[in-house]
Design a protein around this ligand. Structure first.
Ligand code: 4UU
Length: 587
């Protein structure tokens, strides 16, 4: 095999829990190497903040309650499902669960009751922690499983909107939350864990959390991310990421923390660096700019569609964004044109701002849920020189570019230098496997530890990688996973649909793919005209909107076809549909 190694010298791999690595008490005044009084997280809207020391003690209290509250009594290794948009409660809950030795599974906060049920069942979660907004969906989910209201309520912990536990404003109690366990109540406990659950030595390879990913094919599966996966990835990222510190930097969090990109880059990585992270519930163009100005944000972690806003939206001119040094993109392809547009807008804008000499670099990283996530990162000094590249391989990782793996383990054929192949990754950040799914795990990790990404890449002569295609069926809408198999399964339950295939079509305007369905009508003769077909397609798209979370809507349209192209083995020939889509206009 032709194995590429990282240009960054190897570093030691820690064998300890995420909590121990990031929140251990070195002395009464220091938490993991930084002053306990340093601010760790800030709620953007209210300015409410928690320090490193507070985070540690709040988490130990939550951890104690999770283990000892009579209505919970969680045991080491139990799983808690977290269903909430970003908030200041996130780091507290996540570290609380980790301190108690529990696993967390994070669900997309836009999920419908059906989508949530899949993850709840599959992860075998014991309790659901939900935001106030998510409560009706969670109740619906339990109702769908045939639980009584009392049985359901016994499994729910509500994260109320107030922040009184952090010295922030309180929210008035909602009547529908009466009788439910709340995070506030967990935090009121007089008890506290004396220390966190340890995961030393081999135990560091135990699962810490379960994000869901469809991988190369099928429905979302639980990705077993271990303590060691996380502590390794943040150490490796730190060596290649633009340096950030407490005194000079602020990170802005708009990415959802339930996605591994958000969880690792917005919760764990800032704590490692000691840099305060300003938390917003979601991306909003005006609030994004307002908070960069208000908090003097230096580093914004984003997905490509945010750059479309930065390139065109008038609100960008309203604010002084001169503190911004780095916009770091990931989770989807980033076009060089878009980077150039934003760079040139900022060049002009900055001349009129309060700190004209501050330079803005737009770089990107690449990775997957299964690789915890980052494997590649473009250093800021290469932002222009290697525009469009996902960057270099991070420390401790190995990569291959495989053109043919039909021969089975050990007989793969690697691409010649400089040519394209499927990117394979090996190293301490590769997941343990898919939860309770040995066959999916065996299909994606070879016996000698290579993880197959399903992405096609090339590596240039300087060791910079470029993603050029995707071999797997996955669609990405604004960085969110849209598993075609899931949408196809739903389409097949439609009474008028005989067959269906879903692919992604590119929208340059929105810098994303859009899910598009190709469907075969059960009685094609009833569709007499183009107008009939169009109306049917529209009705199918509308129908889908009642079934799935927003990011899975069929924004790329529904096209009526006579037959879904399939291989002799019955596999959908997505390549043919993609070629066909290139001929059609994106709707
Ligand atoms: C082209 O999206 C992610 C992880 C994103 C991430 C990770 C580390 C961003 C920045 C960072 O530092 O995970 P998943 O599991 O949701 O989706 C993984 C897939 C990849 O297989 C690839 O197809 O998302 C796509 N992808 C990218 N594609 C992720 N990043 C990129 C990228 N360019 N930069």
């Amino acid at each position: 095999p032709r194995i590429y190694t990282s240009p960054v010298p190897s570093i030691p791999v820690h064998e300890q829990s995420i909590f121990t690595r990031l929140l251990s008490q070195d002395s009464p005044t220091s938490i993991a190497g930084q002053p306990a009084t340093n601010v760790a997280f800030v709620d953007a809207a209210t300015g409410t903040q928690i320090t490193r020391g507070q985070l540690r003690s709040l988490a130990l209290t939550v951890g104690y309650s999770l283990r000892n509250h009579p209505k919970i009594s969680a045991k080491r290794g139990d799983t808690i499902l977290l269903y909430s948009p970003n908030s200041l409660a996130w780091p507290v809950v996540v570290f609380g669960a980790i301190a108690a030795g529990l696993k967390c599974t994070f669900a997309n906060s836009a999920y419908t009751a059906t989508e949530l049920a899949h993850q709840y069942d599959d992860s075998r979660a014991k309790m659901v922690m939900t935001s106030s907004e998510g409560l009706p969906v969670v109740r619906d989910m339990f109702k769908g499983k045939g639980l009584s209201k009392a049985e359901a309520d016994a499994r729910i912990i509500v994260i109320r909107n107030g922040l009184s536990w952090a010295g922030g404003p309180d929210a008035s109690a909602k009547p529908e939350e009466a009788g439910l366990l709340t995070l506030d109540e967990l935090l009121k406990s007089k008890g506290s864990l004396k220390e966190e659950e340890k995961f030393e030595g081999k135990l560091a390879k135990e699962t810490a959390f379960l994000c869901y990913s469809s991988g190369t094919t099928g429905k979302p599966k639980g990705v077993e991310t271990t303590h060691q996966n996380v502590t390794s990835v943040i150490d490796s990222v730190k060596l290649t990421f633009p340096p950030i510190s407490y005194d000079t930097d602020r990170v802005l969090a708009i990415l959802p923390m339930y996605h591994i990109y958000g969880a690792v880059k917005l919760i764990f990585f800032p704590l490692l660096c000691g840099t305060p992270c300003i938390i917003m519930p979601r991306f909003d163009p005006e609030q994004f700019c307002a908070n960069i100005q208000r908090y003097k944000v230096s580093t914004a972690l984003i997905v490509p569609p945010v750059l479309v806003v930065m390139a065109r939206h008038p609100v960008v001119d309203k604010y002084d964004l001169s503190s911004l040094k780095v916009m770091f993109s990931g989770a989807a392809p980033l076009g060089a044109d878009l980077v150039k547009q934003v760079t040139s807008r900022f060049l002009t804008k900055r001349k009129k701002e309060s700190n004209p000499s501050n330079e803005l670099a737009i770089v990107q990283g690449y990775g997957l849920t299964e690789t915890s996530p980052t494997t590649h990162l473009l250093p800021v000094e290469d932002a222009i020189r290697k525009i469009g590249s996902i960057g270099i391989l991070l420390a401790n990782l190995e990569a291959r570019l495989v053109v043919d793996d039909e021969g089975g383990p050990g007989k793969e054929i690697d691409a010649p230098e400089g040519e394209r192949g499927e990117l394979w990754i090996r190293g301490p950040t590769v997941m343990k496997g898919y939860l309770n799914n040995p066959s999916a795990t065996a299909n994606s990790i070879t016996p000698d530890g290579w993880f197959k990404t399903g992405d096609i890449a090339i590596r240039d002569k300087d060791g910079y990688y470029f993603i050029v295609d995707r071999r797997k069926e996955l669609i990405k809408y604004k960085g969110f996973q849209v598993p075609p198999a899931e949408l196809e399964g739903i389409l097949l339950t439609h009474p008028d649909i005989a067959d269906a295939a879903v692919i992604g079509v590119e929208s340059v305007k929105e810098a994303t793919e859009l899910p598009r369905a190709y469907v075969v009508h059960a009685k094609p003769s009833t569709l007499k005209s183009e107008a009939d077909k169009e109306a049917f397609g529209k009705s199918v798209a509308k129908w889908m909107e009642t079934k799935v979370a927003r990011h899975k809507f069929l924004r790329g349209g529904v096209v009526i076809i006579d037959i879904v192209p399939k291989s002799a083995a019955g596999k959908i020939l997505r390549r043919e549909l993609r070629d066909r889509a290139k001929q059609e206009l994106v709707q």
